[in-house]
Design a protein around this ligand. Structure first.
Ligand code: BT5
Length: 251
């Protein structure tokens, strides 16, 4: 990764052949590693999605990596970091001529299929953060997926984008660091929100919001300054949806 243009993210890179989950690995050593340390593994044997879901991470087929961050912000500002990661990924991919979009809050899609997902985990006390671990999974070379994923997942190779994993990692970390510094050091969110809106796959569309087995049909209207999704329900009431506990499905 000599061509990495970042200041602190990825200055320390731990490269593994195999691990249960790069997020879990980094959480275990979180107090002992420097801010911006990145763990990348060729394979994950227990890759995780949100809410205990599974993330398929076969050997050498994708980018399975986690970044540890130690920002001095209050814990409730941390979920926004997921949007920063999403913005960095779509910006990096679009720089590389890949037309990727964000499905708020944590999916990156190409041609309506998921190519990348983000899992942000927090170690915090009441008013301070010990660290945040941002996990990024991206399917690069995968050509077949498990049966239940066939319809909804894709990879860069499957979509005919033959990019190297090193190139993508460098671009993603570079874009991420810039947007992250905007937010943490300068308290500047406009660029992040602009990217999230510009590359949104769901704004101005009808979608189902799925929470605990219930689904509701809504129209997506905007993303708030806090990164929440603003929707209008079928009675024309405006609701603000917090990330974290919901999934979104197209109609
Ligand atoms: C996510 O969860 O999308 C977060 C994925 C984060 C993965 C990274 S890899 C590095 C780091 N270490 C980890 O252990 N995790 C992070 P969620 O929104 O809950 O989506 C999970 C759902 O996506 C699953 O239930 C499947 O339906 C689908 N899925 C699983 N593996 C996939 C894959 N490789 N590509 C596309 N979709 C997948």
């Amino acid at each position: 990764y000599h061509n990495l243009k970042t200041e602190f993210i990825g200055k320390n890179i731990i490269h593994l052949e195999s691990v249960d989950s790069t997020n879990d690995y980094l959480k275990k050593i979180g107090n002992d590693v420097q801010d911006g340390t990145v763990v990348i593994s060729e394979e994950q044997t227990k890759g995780k999605g949100r809410l205990g879901r599974n993330w398929q991470s076969k050997s050498k087929e994708g980018i399975w990596m986690s970044i540890i961050l130690k920002p001095e912000i209050i814990p409730y500002k941390a979920p926004f970091i997921t949007l920063i990661a999403g913005a960095a990924i779509v910006k990096a991919l679009n720089n590389l001529q890949v037309p990727a979009n964000i499905k708020w809050p944590n999916d990156i899609i190409i041609n309506n299929k998921k190519v990348s997902g983000i899992l942000t985990e927090l170690s915090a006390e009441i008013e301070r953060i010990n660290y945040v671990v941002v996990g990024i999974g991206m399917n690069v070379k995968s050509l077949d997926f498990d049966k239940e994923l066939e319809e909804k997942a894709t990879s860069l190779y499957k979509e005919n984008y033959h990019l190297s994993r090193v190139e993508i990692v460098s671009q993603v970390l570079y874009e991420f660091e810039n947007l992250y510094n905007d937010y943490i050091k300068n308290d500047y969110k406009e660029e992040i929100l602009k990217i999230c809106k510009e590359y949104s796959a769901i704004l101005n569309k009808d979608v189902y919001i799925i929470k605990d087995d219930e689904k509701e049909l809504v129209k997506c209207i905007d993303i708030s300054d806090n990164g929440n999704l603003i929707v209008m329900d079928d009675k024309d009431n405006i609701q603000e949806i917090l990330s974290g506990e919901v999934s979104i499905r197209g109609v």
